[in-house]
Ligand binder design. Structure first.
Ligand SMILES: Nc1ncnc2c1ncn2[C@@H]1O[C@H](COP(=O)(O)OP(=O)(O)O)[C@@H](O)[C@H]1O
Ligand SMILES: [Mg+2]
Length: 288
């Protein structure tokens, strides 16, 4: 049913940790981080990873087993550059580090940034499932059957029928948003997407400048349209630098401020998802 490695899904990973001066330099300076990213892009263009550890599933549709129900979290925002990919990777790692079970990542963005990050990752977890949009519902069911607790799905920066289809599979939609007027103006269509699909959602403010009035104002404005995660993800170079070699801030500095805010964000998402489920049951409706 579920296996590791092999061919068939076109997904692959690097077998081991490679030379990572870039990440080391990136920890200390912005210039270093930029140099590191440039180096990393060249590195992945030159070095073709081998296929080793992607999770893959048989095409067989599995029987739904409610007791093994996996929760699916979709990160969506029509705007690019808001932190969807960064947060997808980070909260999946945070969920596993919090002991919340086995997590699996799914990348529905043709730009494949999440896949690229995972390909450069040395750690075996979170797992990665190469899944086409057509197969998504059946594969999510199969992943639940296989024992995964949470699936985290990254999406492209657009509003298309395929994104609607992905959002319709969500138990929870997390909308990363930067506290800027442009981002606030553009978020309406993403909110509408979650509302139309009747899925619970929340905003996660990302790339916030420390002590900025704009962040407070943005959170106030957003709260009129939906729940806002109290955990603010700040603008720090370690978010980008940590991802150069397939890691996250939780791994490069587990006691740092960035790690703490990501862990807090995951706790919020988990609690909110459970609250929505309870409210739904009480009201006898699909989604609260
Ligand atoms: N909290 C953050 N602090 C600093 N840089 C960030 C943060 N979150 C994301 N970034 C950077 O911003 C850019 C866009 O982030 P990304 O996750 O790729 O957004 P999206 O997937 O929405 O397009 C990337 O270069 C990423 O490294
Ligand atoms: Mg992305």
């Amino acid at each position: 049913m579920v296996g590791r490695g092999g061919s068939g899904y076109g997904l692959s990973v690097m077998a081991g940790r490679r030379w990572s001066w870039a990440a080391e330099v990136g920890r200390y300076s912005t210039t270093g981080a930029v140099a590191g990213i440039v180096f990393s892009v060249f590195r992945s263009a030159i070095l073709k990873p081998e296929k080793t550890k992607a999770v893959f599933l048989s095409g067989k549709k599995e029987r739904k087993n409610e007791s093994a129900a996996m929760k699916t979290i979709v990160l969506a925002n029509q705007k690019g550059g808001v932190g969807k990919t960064t947060l997808t990777a980070h909260i999946a790692v945070a969920a596993e580090r919090a002991g919340d079970g086995a997590c699996v990542l799914i990348d529905t963005d043709p730009q494949a940034s999440l896949s690229g990050w995972w390909n450069g990752r040395e750690a075996e977890t979170p797992a990665f499932a190469p899944v086409s949009l057509k197969e998504l519902p059946g594969k999510l069911e199969a992943l639940g059957q296989a024992g995964y607790t949470y699936a985290f799905i990254d999406t492209p920066p657009a509003i298309t029928e395929s994104i609607r289809a992905v959002v319709s599979q969500a138990d929870f939609v997390l909308i990363p948003i930067r506290p800027s007027p442009h981002d606030l103006r553009a978020v309406g269509s993403t909110v509408e997407l979650a509302l139309t699909a009747d899925r619970p959602f929340a905003f996660a403010v990302t790339q916030a400048k420390p002590n900025s009035r704009l962040t407070v104002q943005a959170m106030a404005a957003l709260s009129e349209h939906g729940v806002v995660a109290p955990a603010i993800v700040h603008d720090r170079v370690d978010y980008a630098a940590s991802m150069i070699d397939g890691r996250t801030v939780l791994e490069i500095d587990p006691k740092g401020r960035s790690a703490a805010e990501v862990a807090e964000l995951w706790l919020f998402v988990k609690a909110r998802m459970n609250d929505s489920k309870k409210a739904r049951k009480k009201a006898g409706t699909k989604y609260a």
